[in-house]
Design a protein around this ligand. Structure first.
Ligand code: C5P
Length: 220
């Protein structure tokens, strides 16, 4: 294995948006660039971890040295994470769509000529973080989730940590005035069982290094 504090450790990282098809040519998506997830995977590789990087269709470069698993939908992302287990840690940085379109099939939807649009039926996607974190068998020893919040960041992230069964939540203030969403910098608050630890505003690469160092400390 590659030398480093995480040598011999397996870490799964989810990243990017998911695409939820409406029909063969259309989909529902979100604006996640996948940048923070890629940076975290690279930082873990540099520390010697074996990294499985499960990514939706994101623009960010794929992390070198990681095993890349490209998926489209949230349901495929859960399957890929499942297939990649067991792991020592899992970092759920993906911006997973909350809903998929029921019955999206092989035929392109057409206008019916009467001016009545098709009624899309949305169904809730599996919560990948919660599914893995609350599992009684095969749960990674350290489960890290993310929370993008616009208000009461610490209170909401603390509640999310408990609701999802995560060990840590990396919380971000994504109010447009912060420029964090879609930008190159982050100002994170690490929420653990011990409390909330605000990190200085820094590049997403530096945020990834800080998180990877914490993961290395927790696993050694
Ligand atoms: O509930 P919310 O989407 O705010 O939670 C964010 C966290 O949960 C992120 O870590 C995200 O990757 C994860 N998540 C997930 N599957 C979902 C929704 C969110 O893994 N369906």
């Amino acid at each position: 294995p590659t030398p480093g504090p995480l040598a011999g450790r397996h870490v799964i990282v989810t990243s990017g948006p998911t695409h939820e098809p409406i029909d063969p040519v259309r989909y529902i998506a979100n604006r996640s660039s996948g940048r923070q997830g890629s940076a975290i995977a690279s930082a873990l590789v540099r520390r010697g971890a074996r990294v499985t990087f499960v990514t939706g269709p994101a623009e960010a470069p794929r992390p070198e040295g990681a095993t890349i698993v490209e998926i489209e939908t949230a349901r495929e992302m859960l399957e890929a994470v499942d297939a990649a287990l067991p792991a020592d840690a899992a970092v759920f940085a993906a911006a997973v769509a909350d809903w998929y379109v029921e019955g999206a099939g092989a035929s392109k939807l057409k206008k019916d000529g009467t001016g009545t649009p098709p009624g899309l039926v949305l169904r809730e996607n599996p919560d990948i973080l919660r599914t893995i974190a609350t599992r009684s068998e095969g749960r990674p020893g350290l489960v890290v989730g993310f929370a993008a919040e616009t208000d009461d960041v610490v209170a909401n992230a603390t509640a999310k940590r408990l609701r999802k069964g995560a060990d840590w939540i990396v919380a971000n203030d994504v109010r447009p005035s912060t420029g964090i969403m879609g930008g190159t910098e982050n100002a994170a608050i690490l929420v653990t069982a011990e409390g909330a630890e605000p990190w200085p505003r820094m590049s997403k690469d530096a945020t990834a290094d800080a998180l990877a160092d914490r993961i290395a400390r927790a696993l050694t």
